[in-house]
Design a protein around this ligand. Structure first.
Ligand code: AMP
Length: 280
């Protein structure tokens, strides 16, 4: 596995691969790897000749400076895990490499980026959309892989790649969970033992609403109320939002007639967790 930290070096190495017609799969990450990240990497390697991982804790997508400061970082562990997963190239730029003096351009995704996470974390999706657009332009991969765990982020990325005619195909990957249902997240390590136990309420509440929808309930408002009630039964949970919305635009819906997604953001202490499940 090659470790590169400049855009020029990455472009040169990926360019050499493309010239000999080798396909390239990209997995953008912020590190602190868990099985969710590793399953994206293994898939990128399975479906492409060359797997490129980017590891960049992007300062512009953190609306809370404390969250940025506390974001877990462990480069040597991450390098070893990526290598084991079959990654060929890992790109670890400094912020100064990604945002050069005079940098002054932002990509924003419109209405979809203003809902849910966008409302709770102002500026977050502008940071995400801008850095992902830059990474897609830098790597020029055939395919890029994103987790359904960050469902709204996935929709934002699909929106910007379609709207800006970015030729990389966006592929999504199902959420990888712990044995008790908790969605894997780099932030889980910050939960206390009590909070970690309590956090299972998130996936169990989502699952109970999914079961209701599968059984034929189409009243989105009623499902959202049931979701809120199920989470609120856990005293350590503080709900930011718990909603049932359109799966592409994240807009409110009253009744499920096509698909829907149940999406939540819940605090346990100072740790904010997000999760979602498709309802059909
Ligand atoms: P992050 O490092 O948190 O920015 O995540 C990098 C990529 O991994 C994003 O596309 C995430 O959606 C994806 N990801 C994070 N957690 C999971 C998970 N539990 N299952 C599947 N994909 C995930």
């Amino acid at each position: 596995m090659e470790t590169l930290s400049t855009i020029a070096a990455l472009r040169s190495v990926v360019g050499d691969e493309r010239r000999v017609c080798r396909s390239v799969g990209l997995v953008p990450t912020m590190g602190a790897f868990h099985d969710g990240h590793l399953s994206l990497m293994r898939r990128a390697k399975d479906e492409n000749d060359v797997a490129v991982v980017t590891l960049f804790v992007n300062p512009t997508q953190f609306n809370d400076p404390e969250d940025f400061k506390k974001y877990p970082r462990d480069a040597s562990r991450d390098n070893a895990l990526a290598k084991d997963a079959g990654v060929d190239i890992i790109f670890t730029p400094d912020p100064a490499e990604m945002y050069r003096p005079g940098y002054d351009t932002t990509v924003t995704a419109g209405a979809i980026a203003e809902r849910l996470e966008g409302r709770s974390r102002p500026g977050h999706f502008a940071g995400v959309a801008t850095v992902v657009a830059k990474l897609l332009n830098i790597v020029q991969a055939d395919r890029a892989y994103f987790g359904e765990k960050d469902w709204q982020q996935l929709q934002v990325i699909k929106r910007i790649t379609a709207d800006l005619d970015i030729p990389t195909e966006i592929r999504s990957h199902p959420t990888v969970r712990e044995a008790d249902g908790l969605a894997m997240s780099s932030r889980n390590v910050r939960l206390s033992t009590e909070e970690r136990r309590a956090a299972t309420v998130v996936s169990s509440a989502l699952l109970s609403v999914k079961t209701m929808a599968d059984a034929g309930t189409t009243d989105a408002t009623g499902l959202a109320a049931a979701l809120n009630q199920a989470i609120a039964r856990e005293p350590l949970a503080r709900i930011d939002y718990a909603v049932v919305v359109d799966p592409s635009t994240m807009a409110d819906i009253i009744t499920i007639d096509g698909g829907a997604i149940a999406a939540v953001a819940v605090y346990f202490g100072s740790v904010r967790l997000i999760d979602n499940m498709r309802l059909r």
